[in-house]
Structure formats: structure tokens, C-alpha cells
Design a protein around this ligand. Structure first.
Ligand code: S3P
Length: 429
């Protein structure tokens, strides 16, 4: 599918964005292994989260879809999952394959996980290795580096895992396996990644504590509960950047998740000179939620790296749009993880933004963007990567001609209503 975007001036609007992808996945997985019912509100009906629903159903969990965004999960208890008759297909979802690997490692049955072409290229050794250390019988293609993964459930022992990458998916896989281990399991990460798993496990009654960069979990049953999924800051980011870079723009995004492990994009935009205000902030099950209002300003280039990167790992492509408009140079470093996302996002941004006439270059672990030049519209590719497609669409909003994003159907992975929300903004072309 082609998405055509025309430039817009002075955009205004109060918008709502769909539920958080990470929290939606976790609510279905934890709901499935908890005792009792878990009701989920504001669930993200994107393709990735629907892959998790499909896999959990194949594992014997009954999940009723009351409406597009409301689910009722009948938990089976920690040991209640059953052997799937067929391969578990995770589609494009890295969160599904890595977190469910952790869940399956300690079961009493055999299962196979596979996904699309992108999933079969993404690194799996990062979860296979720590799970094997716990005693898991898990194997993958290419000497245990790639999916498909085959898992024969086994008795697990608690370990202290020091992850070399700050990855919430790796941390979560080990913590979920820790529910099935014979004692305490600990994970220490090199810098803080998103902590939705820890927060949700705690609210479901798990024995879990975090101190600094180390989280410890002991086995035990979970209890189902109501989960209200906050709006996804990674989806809000496209409109926050639009609001920040378009002169005379004013955009309010309602009910956005403001978990501090996810708000790197707000810190960076503010450092670049954006005018951002938070309102109606409240807490639900340990997650902060609030409204974000952004008013257009002149941004300047900055240097971004270190511990900020995991706090905005999915927002780098859209941040590159802000950097392209900002005056001066933006340097993004320590971001080599972007090469192993749904696509090689450093290469994709460098290649596609160059088509608009942006002066940028890919480096070993990031991007250097010389902003402030005028750029025109372009015909761009999505690389079958939802965040690349939406970043290119946003470039189309701020460019000076017509933009076409090819392969834009992948936007359904995380933000099925993206085009509707984009078109709902008022403003002149
Ligand atoms: C996610 C963690 C991040 C992120 C992904 C979702 C999660 O991946 O990029 O979109 O839900 O845990 P990594 O853990 O590999 O950094």
C-alpha cells in the first residue's frame, strides 16, 4: 500500500493514540499464566500484539476480544499452559518471540517458535544463552543464533544473568523463566531498559524487587487483575515531533504512558529547544500516564548517546526528522542496536532521508545529521518496518512537496490508526 502525504503548516489538534505495544503484549502473557481473570482496557489491536494473542491461544489460554481494544483473558495459572499442536507464529514481533521463549523454557512440553523474514534475521542468541544457562533445552538455527527456535521444556535453576545489551526483551525473557526456576533469578543490565515487565509482574503479585540495575524474582503464582494500557509514547512521538518542528503548531496527545524508562524522547526534544508541557498526570499499576502538549519552536542540533538511547530506542527514526529540521548538527551515537530492529534502522533512515535531500550520514553506531536545509517531497520505501514508514510519512508532513511511502501497510504492526490521526490534524497544506 502507498501512503501519500502532503506538507502541512500550522497543525493543531487534540489527539488520542492507541495503547502501548510493550504493555499490551505483557498484559496478555501475564494474564495467560495468572490465576483468575485479567481484563485489559485500551489494548493495542496492532499486528504484533495480535500475534501474542494468537500464540497464547495456541498455548491453551482462552482470550475473549470484547471489542477491538478490550480483552478478557482466562488465566491458566503458571503451570496451566498446554502443548501447541502447531508452530507458534510470532509474525514480525520480536517482543513475542523473545518473551514467550522465556515462558516456554520451563514448561513440561515441546514448542517451536517462528516468524517472518525479519524475525528470522534478528539475533536470538541473546535470549538462548541465558535461558540455556538456566537449564533450558532451547535451540535455534545457525548454531543457536537465529529463529526458528525449538524448545523442550525443562527444569530450570535460578541464575544471576549480566546482560551485555540493555534490552527489555532479554531481561523480560529471563525474568519470566525465573517464575519457573528452583530459586531466585537475578538480571543486571548495563543501563536501564523499559521496566514494564517488572512493574506488571509486581502488580500481579510476583515476588520481584529492583535495586538499581538489578532485578530479582522468585517463583510463585500470579493473580489476574484489570490492566489499563497507557497510550504508546512511541506512537505519540510522531505527533510530538510534528508539534515541535512545525511553526505555529500546537498538538496535545492525551493519556500517554510517561514511564521514565520511555521518556527519553521528551528529554531530547526539550534539550533541542522544544516547548513541551505535561498535564493531568496520574499513576495506574505503577505506570505514569498524562497528556503532553507540544508547541512549535525553533530546534537546534545536539549530541545524543549513552543511557538515553535505551530510553528512546524506538524513537530514533522520528527523532531524525526533528534533527533534519533543526538548525546545526545532531549526532546520534551508541545506537548500534538499531541495526538489529525490524530493519537496519540506521541504514534505512540514512537511505530514505537522503531521498528528501537531507544531509546525513550513517556511522558505526549512529547517524550524523546536518539539519536546517530545505527539503522536498520524495518517494520512499518502508523496508517493511512500521517505524521507518511513519518516520518517512512525517518527513512528508514537513517537506515542501508530495511524499509517497511505499509498503505503508506495515504501519499496522504498531499504529493501525496512524493515517486517520494524521489526517485529523487541522492545518493548511
Ligand atoms: C521492547 C523492547 C525494545 C523495543 C521493542 C519493544 C519490549 O527492544 O525496541 O520495540 O516490549 O520489551 P529491545 O529489548 O530489543 O531493546
Amino acid at each position: 500500500m502507498d501512503l501519500t502525504v502532503l506538507p502541512k503548516k500550522a497543525v493543531q489538534g487534540i489527539i488520542s493514540i492507541p495503547g502501548d505495544k510493550s504493555v499490551s503484549h505483557r498484559s496478555v502473557m501475564l494474564g495467560g499464566i495468572a490465576r483468575g481473570v485479567t481484563e485489559i482496557e485500551n489494548f493495542l489491536p496492532g499486528q504484533d500484539c495480535l500475534s501474542t494473542v494468537r500464540c497464547m491461544r495456541q498455548l491453551g489460554v482462552s482470550i475473549e476480544q470484547i471489542s477491538q481494544t478490550r480483552l478478557k483473558v482466562e488465566g491458566k495459572g503458571c503451570s496451566g499452559l498446554s502443548e501447541p499442536e502447531d508452530i507458534l507464529d510470532v509474525g514480525n514481533s520480536g517482543t513475542t518471540i523473545r518473551l514467550i521463549s522465556g515462558l516456554l523454557a520451563g514448561q513440561k512440553f515441546f514448542s517451536v517458535l517462528n516468524g517472518d523474514e525479519s524475525i528470522r534475521r534478528r539475533p536470538m542468541a541473546r535470549v538462548i544463552k541465558p535461558l540455556q544457562e538456566m537449564g533450558a533445552r532451547i535451540q535455534g538455527r545457525d548454531a543457536n543464533r537465529l529463529a526458528p527456535l525449538a524448545i523442550q521444556g525443562a527444569a530450570l535453576k535460578g541464575i544471576h544473568c549480566h546482560t551485555p545489551v540493555a534490552s527489555a526483551q532479554v531481561k523480560s525473557a529471563v525474568l519470566l523463566a525465573g517464575l519457573y526456576a528452583d530459586g531466585e533469578t537475578a538480571v543486571t543490565e548495563p543501563s536501564q531498559s523499559r521496566d514494564h515487565t517488572e512493574k506488571m509482574l509486581k502488580s500481579f503479585g510476583a515476588h520481584i524487587v529492583t535495586e538499581g540495575l538489578t532485578t530479582r524474582i522468585r517463583p510463585g503464582e500470579l493473580t489476574g487483575r484489570k490492566v489499563i494500557v497507557p497510550g504508546d509514547i512511541s506512537s505519540a512521538a510522531f505527533f510530538l515531533v510534528a508539534g515541535a518542528v512545525i511553526p505555529d503548531a500546537r498538538i496535545t496527545v492525551k493519556n500517554v504512558g510517561l514511564n521514565p524508562t520511555r521518556t527519553g524522547i521528551l528529554d531530547v526534544l526539550e534539550e533541542m529547544g522544544a516547548d513541551i508541557a505535561l498535564s493531568n498526570v496520574y499513576e495506574n499499576s505503577g505506570e505514569l500516564i498524562g497528556d503532553i502538549t507540544v508547541t512549535g519552536s525553533s530546534l537546534k542540533g545536539i549530541v545524543i548517546g549513552g543511557a538515553l538511547i535505551p530510553r528512546m530506542v524506538d524513537e530514533i527514526p522520528v527523532l531524525a526528522v526533528a534533527a533534519a529540521v533543526a538548525s546545526g548538527q545532531t549526532i546520534i551515537k551508541d545506537a548500534a542496536e538499531l541495526k538489529v530492529k525490524e530493519s537496519n534502522r540506521l541504514q534505512a533512515v540514512a537511505g530514505e532521508f537522503a531521498r528528501f535531500g537531507v544531509d546525513l550520514q550513517e556511522t558505526r553506531d549512529g547517524l550524523i545529521i546536518n539539519g536546517g536545509r530545505k527539503f522536498g517531497g520524495a518517494v520512499t520505501e518502508s523496508y517493511h518496518d512500521h517505524r521507518i514508514a511513519m518516520a518517512c510519512a512525517l518527513m512528508g508532513l514537513v517537506a515542501s512537496g508530495k511524499t509517497v511511502v511505499r509498503g505503508a501497510e506495515c504501519i499496522d504492526i504498531s499504529f493501525p490508526s496512524f493515517q486517520t490521526v494524521l489526517e485529523s490534524l487541522s492545518g493548511q497544506n
